[in-house]
Design a protein around this ligand. Structure first.
Ligand SMILES: [Zn+2]
Length: 169
């Protein structure tokens, strides 16, 4: 089922998500729906708050549905190691048409549970690293415009207000 993606400034996007404690059919349905929603929107990652669910659940798939090995469901994820810097363009499905450069760690190692509750660790570099940081930020109520420089953030917020006025946001 394709879920509705909420846009900034929907309050749920700014709230920290609740930890997941039950690894049941409901969680697995949410994960499956989130993958479907990501693919339907040509995205590479999605966090539960973006579909109005304030839980620490995120999905990532750099292959956009083409390679099952790339499917990554991260439940209760945390960054346990980070190294270096990268400064690349980012977008977000809750901010359509906004793309700006954001500073991130070059590499990260994350620890997370899978949809059955099993803990695992995974290393990310380049786009995967950036995507992991972006999605884990969502679970803390942190949005990528607040990782931009003040100048780029102001430009983005002005662009959003203009689209809101035009009724296209
Ligand atoms: Zn996002």
């Amino acid at each position: 089922m394709i879920l509705k993606i909420v846009k900034y400034p929907e309050p749920v996007l700014s709230q920290p998500g609740e930890p997941v404690t039950e690894f049941n059919a409901e969680l697995r349905k949410l994960v499956a729906d989130m993958f479907e929603t990501t693919y339907a929107n040509q995205g590479i990652g999605l966090a539960a708050p973006q579909v109005g669910v304030s839980k620490r659940v995120t999905v990532i798939d750099l292959s956009m549905g083409k390679d099952p090995k790339d499917r990554l469901a991260l439940i209760n994820p945390e960054i346990i190691f980070s190294q270096g810097k990268q400064y690349e363009e980012e977008g977000c499905l809750s901010f359509p048409e906004i793309r700006e450069k954001v500073s991130r760690h070059a590499k990260v190692r994350i620890r997370a549970q899978d949809e059955h509750g099993k803990w695992f660790e995974k290393d990310g570099e380049e786009i995967l690293s950036r995507c992991m940081q972006h999605e884990i930020d969502h679970l803390d109520g942190m949005l990528f415009i607040f990782r931009m420089s003040a100048l780029k953030r102001d430009m983005s917020l002005r662009k959003i207000r203009k689209m809101q006025r035009a009724g296209t946001w």
